[in-house]
Design a protein around this ligand. Sequence first.
Ligand SMILES: Cc1ncc(COP(=O)(O)O)c(C=O)c1O
Length: 396
Amino acid sequence: MNTQEYIQIEDQYGAHNYHPLDVVVETASGCWVTDVEGKKYLDFLAAYSAVNQGHCHPKIKTAALKQIEKVTLTSRAFRNSVLPIYYKKLHDMTGYDMALPMNSGGEAVETAIKLARRWGYTVKGVPHDKAEIIVASGNFHGRTTTVVGLSDDPSSFENYGPYCYDAFPIHEYGNIDSLKSKVTPNTVGILIEPIQGEGGVLIPPDGYLKAIEEVCKQNNILFICDEIQSGLGRAGKLFAHYYEGVRPDIVCVGKALSGGFYPISAVLADKPIMLTIKPGEHGSTFGGNPMAAAIAIAALEVIEEEHLIENSYELGIYFRDKLNALKSDKIIQIRSRGLWVGMVLTCKARPICEKLQHLGLLCKDTHEKIIRFAPPLIITKKEIDLAVEMIEKALQ
Ligand SMILES: Cc1ncc(COP(=O)(O)O)c(C=O)c1O
């Protein structure tokens, strides 16, 4: 079948909840994907940072294949021999006492909300059903019903209500006075993305995260960082919050935790918070299964062994400098941290992404006039040069 035939079947039988570029990928390796006609593209989206390690990474693939021969799912009714090693790996890499394994990023955020509320009632002493978690304008934390209730983007929340607005006051992202004005004695958590990815790689002003940490300490509130897209090297550090030297109380991770093989997410916290959830009070059939644990261990090892964080930091500067050197009156701003770039344009971004697709570069528009570039962190200078040539052409 050709591209058009696949698209016709997909549009006829699949829900229309996405508006993908019309490229039908059949195979992928490293930074490259190949469509059903055999055309190759450089992937500058990396599945929204889920394939930071590159597509079909051989080490992760071997770990998955080895595990599939042994046992894939035990459920948490029984213990398995891989999960403890995965827990230990997360602890060693991040410094948090404990992890709670889930599957999608949205579930990790839901888990963090439950954890903060549980802590709020049982430790802080907030009255029953009164816990508040302050969120940020422009946030994106996933698509589940509680989580879209945190959003101020109508395309996320409209006609999916009712919502519990009192439980999630929204402050202006980056504005610490706005944040302080939302704090009440019932505030149990402040949930933010240290860089807003879906918001178009929006980087808050310096000092914002540090100020949140202080507000949390002064008011006995948990600082919750959603690092699902920004973490595990994407922003040039293990976590984007490292840029301000803060230590959130709860961190959500996902996406690259699996290297793109399988939905894997986790919530990280220290014992006094994590152990407020007792046996039987939260869980998931698939969370922490042996297959996921084996894949996640390999995915984390690849990040370390191949120095992907350092590569993201260094080549991020290289990529940003090359983009800044482009002479195009269509570019308003280049925002970047590590290999994560938001290019703000004077014109609509979608036609530029379509043009780039034809030239052989895959990337994604967001908020109409922003293109987000997020190549796998294994990218080389040569591949960046190639991408920048295509971007220059597309902007002409
Ligand atoms: C910051 C952030 N949080 C949560 C999510 C939701 O993750 P998932 O799509 O795996 O549920 C995303 C997805 O893009 C995200 O960027």
